[in-house]
Design a protein around this ligand. Structure first.
Ligand SMILES: Nc1ncnc2c1ncn2[C@@H]1O[C@H](COP(=O)(O)OP(=O)(O)OP(=O)(O)O)[C@@H](O)[C@H]1O
Ligand SMILES: [Mg+2]
Length: 264
């Protein structure tokens, strides 16, 4: 079976402009994400995580190497890859929660009789059933993110791409959302590529964690298997041990210290 996502020798060079020099954000990125796997990308700010995700989404083309989805060269952005952005401005603010979630199905001409049941289920899964008639401006930040997640899941994507989806949330809401995403994933078993610079979040969620090097020319330095039973306990000795090892590795990475293997 083909991996869900395969990147080989991927480079991303931004051409620059009149006032900015060209910039080689990614270089020699090799990555294979398995079908149904929850894969977290962890790396310092500005290393190229969003750039990598954008390549998988098909928003941009690599300047070197290949990106494959299910064994085929990545094409235009499509509903087989659902993207959850960091910003909650991705919602349609004139549509209710329910209309936002049903949007993709409706524009594809799926009749209400067919989208009703799955949309209702999703609204329940993300805990927004009682809020389904509200407009985005009547929701908290965490609720808006849950609408985004439900809207993407309604399109039934094969791959879920999430770019720091909880970065703007307070610690409490963030913890709740991490639990919800873990729960949703265990039920759906989609392939997830999840970008974060929050180490505990990555350990909480991931099957494997890819550590990216500091740019320029960022690539994946090391891949770590998170072999902890779910749901995970943050106070567990194994969790804390992994957290400390990853913290050290990221710290070294951020300082640009050479440490092949990231020490993990
Ligand atoms: N369109 C662009 N044109 C030029 N340079 C860009 C462009 N997009 C990103 N970059 C540069 O590429 C590098 C990687 O950016 P990217 O947004 O992928 O980082 P990131 O890892 O997602 O950072 P953060 O954790 O802060 O979100 C940065 O140095 C950035 O300035
Ligand atoms: Mg980013």
């Amino acid at each position: 079976m083909h991996p869900a996502i395969r990147m080989k020798g991927v480079g991303m060079r931004f051409a620059g402009g009149r006032r900015t020099p060209p910039y080689q954000a990614l270089e020699g990125v090799d990555l294979e994400v398995r079908e149904g796997e929850f894969f977290c990308l962890l790396g310092p700010s500005g290393c190229g995580k969003t750039s990598l995700l954008n390549l998988v989404a098909g928003f941009v083309q690599p300047t070197a190497g290949t990106v494959e989805i299910g064994g085929r060269a990545v094409g235009e952005p499509d509903k087989d890859r659902g993207v959850v952005f960091q910003s909650d401005r991705a919602l349609f603010d004139w549509l209710t929660v329910e209309e936002n979630v049903a949007f993709g199905l409706r524009i594809r001409g799926v009749p209400q009789a067919q989208w009703r049941a799955p949309v209702d289920e999703l609204l329940r899964v993300v805990g927004l059933w009682d809020h389904r008639a509200k407009l985005p401006r009547e929701l908290s930040g965490g609720m808006k993110q849950r609408v985004q997640i439900a809207r993407v899941l309604a399109n039934d994507p094969d791959i879920l791409l999430m770019d720091e989806p909880f970065a703007a949330l307070d610690a409490h809401t963030r913890g709740r959302m991490q639990k919800e995403v873990a729960r949703i994933w265990e039920k759906w078993r989609r392939t997830v590529l999840f970008v974060t610079h929050d180490i505990a979040e990555a350990i909480w969620l991931a099957d494997r964690i890819g550590i990216m090097t500091k740019g320029p020319g960022s690539h994946i330095r090391a891949i770590l298997e998170v072999d902890l039973p779910r749901p995970r306990a943050r106070m567990d000795a194994a969790f804390v041990d992994l957290f400390n090892r990853l913290t050290d590795a990221i710290e070294l990475e951020a300082r640009g210290v050479e440490h092949e293997g990231a020490g993990v």
